[in-house]
Design a protein around this ligand. Structure first.
Ligand code: NAD
Ligand code: 6OD
Length: 486
């Protein structure tokens, strides 16, 4: 059984309170290890270490030296690929093909790409005449913000943590990570990588625990934290924003979604069915960008529902390392209860259950895992709970529509605004509709296709700010103007 410790100032440490909690494997509910919960003393020590490191060797590195070090971090993640893979799979139960093609490679790429990008960053400069006939030259300098708190969810633990730690470190900040209480392993393992490649002590720290009255709250309310970057639920984002307001600390919030797919009758049918299958069921629906509302134009509605049903029924649940496993469990018993409560609500509100709706039959040794069936509903009004609220499970409601105007209005009639995907072969329609949907991210004939130089983030209650490419550097640096008179 593992002991999962906090990583503070380059060392793995327990805590002063003696408080621990369990890390369990959602595949069969077996115990992975014991996590040492960080209390206020540990959060204080991590922030103090991160603050001190800004003035140590880390703060004195040139951009080129820093970039080289982060390149080494990426290489070391790849050298220890199997360790990261095992750790991520133990915490999440996700199928090996997913973790090995998405989570771990992106964990490494998030260091590599932001290190590459910062080498080519420039700032503006202006020259002007002064009233006394001299010249003033102004130029921008980007300086690190300081200590960044990175608060993470459990659905793509390494990917989403490094998506923020990568650019934060590339910009010369130091970080204190608060991984989700459900998925502590990969953030902890990254501490070993940091030590191995010689990242100075205190630059990368990890504190484990929960939100309120635990590591999350102690960290985000700490006055020496200079910026907070958060991915998680919209409700938690509100608490984080309130914490950031004290001391006027900037926040970057990547929050929940209730994403729609718009399938027009002129789409490439197979592309639409295959891609919507992924967007609804990949990672057991636990992707913030995932589709939970599908709107299909009436002439192809019945055919589409039948095709998606057939696909959903091929999603075989099973052990992460079995080659024929197509879908893993949900992350925890608590989340399983939440998703099943929505399955019940859909039934109570009169949904037609096209497929799924409960817990799949599993072999005895997996019966205690957090399994739910991929589920499709039809027949609900736009006011139904599962049409409005984020479920964050492998499920979707499919509604028919007739006109472009009608579907745009329905899609926009939601408090969230994270992502959408549009399926049509009419490029004019695709671009016209893309402009009208109130989201931060819009895919056409694709989904979750990522170019890390592009802006990523949500509109409305799905978040504030954009990260990715230069947008990450805007959040993780302070732009200072220098004016020289000569
Ligand atoms: P969550 O909000 O419950 O928890 C996220 C993190 O915040 C955890 O580490 C948790 O311990 C911490 N936390 C909770 N309360 C806190 C508080 N008061 N102060 C400080 N920290 C606190 O989210 P989750 O259940 O881990 O993740 C699922 C949610 O994340 C879904 O809503 C999903 O849509 C969203 N998400 C969004 C994106 C995006 O890019 N927009 C990406 C992934 C997940
Ligand atoms: O790909 C990314 O950079 C990113 N932030 C993905 C988020 C997925 C949400 O679950």
């Amino acid at each position: 059984m593992k002991e999962i410790k906090n990583f503070i100032n380059g060392e793995f440490v327990t805590n002063t309170s003696g408080k621990t909690f369990e890390d369990r494997n959602p595949v069969d509910n077996s115990l992975i290890g014991t996590i040492y919960e960080a209390g206020k003393p540990e959060a204080d020590a991590a922030v103090a270490a991160a603050k001190a490191a800004l003035k140590g060797p880390w703060g004195k590195l040139s951009v080129v030296e820093r970039v080289k070090m982060l390149d080494e971090v990426a290489k070391e993640i790849n050298r220890r690929f199997d360790d990261f893979l095992q750790a991520e799979i133990a915490d999440t139960g996700k199928p090996k093909h997913l973790a090995s093609h998405v989570d771990i490679p992106r964990g490494a790429a998030n260091f590599q790409i932001f290190a590459d990008t910062i080498k080519n960053m420039s700032t503006e400069s202006f020259e002007m005449r002064t009233p006394d006939g001299k010249t003033a030259l102004s130029y921008g300098v980007r300086v690190p913000r300081g200590v960044i708190a990175v608060v993470c969810p459990w659905n793509l633990p390494l990917l989403l943590m490094t998506w923020k730690a990568g650019p934060a470190l590339a910009c010369g900040n130091t970080v204190v990570i608060k991984p989700s209480e459900e998925t502590p392993l990969t953030a902890t393992l990254l501490g070993e990588v940091m030590n191995k490649v010689g990242v100075p002590k205190g630059v990368y720290n990890v504190v484990h625990g929960f939100g309120p009255d635990s590591a999350g709250a102690f960290l985000t309310s700490h006055p020496d934290v200079n910026g907070i970057t958060f991915t998680g639920e919209t409700r938690t984002g509100t608490a984080i924003m309130q914490a950031g307001a004290v001391g006027i600390r900037p926040v970057s919030l990547e929050l929940g979604g209730k994403n729609a797919a718009l399938v027009f009758a002129d789409c490439d049918f197979q592309v639409a069915v295959d891609t919507v299958t992924r967007s609804c069921f990949e990672n057991a629906g636990q992707v913030c960008l995932g589709t939970e509302r599908v709107y299909v134009q009436r002439p192809i509605f019945d055919k589409f529902v039948a095709a998606l049903k057939e696909k959903a029924e091929t999603m075989k649940p099973g052990r992460p390392f079995d080659e024929d496993t197509k879908i893993g469990p949900l992350v925890s018993k608590e989340h399983q209860r939440k998703v099943l409560s929505y399955y019940q609500k859909a039934k109570d509100e009169g949904a037609t259950i096209v497929t799924g709706g409960g817990i799949p039959e599993m072999p005895d040794e997996l019966k205690d895992g957090c399994w739910v069936q991929p589920t499709i509903w039809t027949g609900l009004p736009e006011t139904a709970s599962v049409v409005i609220e984020e479920v964050f499970g492998p499920c979707c409601h499919i509604s028919p529509f007739d006109t472009e105007e009608e579907v745009v209005e329905k899609v926009n009639n939601n408090a969230y605004g994270l992502a959408t995907s549009i399926y049509t072969q009419d490029i004019s329609r695709a671009n016209r509709v893309a402009k009208q949907i109130e989201v931060g991210l819009c895919w056409i004939n694709s989904w979750f296709l990522r170019d890390l130089r592009t802006p990523f983030g949500g509109s409305k209650q799905s978040g504030i700010g954009r990260e990715g490419g230069v947008h990450s550097f805007e959040f993780y640096t302070e732009l200072r103007n220098v004016m020289l008179k000569y």
